[in-house]
Design a protein around this ligand. Structure first.
Ligand SMILES: [Zn+2]
Length: 189
């Protein structure tokens, strides 16, 4: 596995802002990934930003995610990229982001983020590549359920690392996420 190629695809709500494409978010997620998921360079990611899609005024996360799943441009982009993450700029109810877990390389390897928040984008991208929440039982036994690391999730069980509130791992993929992502890449790509 030399490299996986992902696309951050902006919506019409993103277009027209000072920064037209979520380039900064893509760069930061790519950097975090290549530091933590691909320390030996075997699972490098390249995250591109190209094009826009328009959504039909979704009011909930579920509506937005359904529209992304039925979007022709997203389907077309999935012919060229291993994963597509749509980056929006609107308030939807019911959550900030969603993705199909472990689908990288498949025709539904997609996710949606309501904003270009870096940790949110890294989180949903991690899901597409097979990473689950750190709060899952098998994870917090090893690394603790953190709401601070990329795959952490609010409101989950306390940490096995002494539940240290100072042990902030913001924008870091921890070892469990790394292993899941590497296994998924090995089996899917
Ligand atoms: Zn999640």
């Amino acid at each position: 596995m030399a490299r996986t190629d992902a696309l951050f695809l902006a919506t019409e709500k993103y277009n027209g802002l000072l920064v037209t494409y979520p380039n900064n978010t893509a760069d930061l997620v790519e950097s975090a990934w290549n530091d933590d998921v691909s320390p030996d360079g075997d699972y490098d990611i390249s995250i591109s930003t190209d094009g826009h899609i328009s959504l039909d005024d979704p009011s909930t996360l579920g509506e937005a995610f359904d529209q992304v799943g039925n979007n022709d441009t997203v389907s077309e982009k999935l012919n060229s990229y291993d994963a597509v993450l749509v980056i929006d700029n609107r308030n939807v109810s019911g959550g900030a982001g969603r993705a199909y877990v472990g689908t990288v390389g498949e025709d539904n390897a997609l996710g949606y983020c309501q904003s270009d928040d870096v940790q949110l984008a890294a989180h949903e991208l991690g899901h597409i590549y097979g990473a689950s929440h750190e709060g899952d039982e098998t994870h917090w036994q090893n690394f603790g359920a953190f709401s601070h690391d990329v795959m952490g999730y609010n409101g989950v069980a306390p940490s096995c690392n002494g539940n240290d509130p100072d042990l902030v791992r913001e924008l870091r993929y921890m070892d469990c996420a790394r292993n899941e992502i590497q296994d998924t890449i090995d089996s899917n790509l």
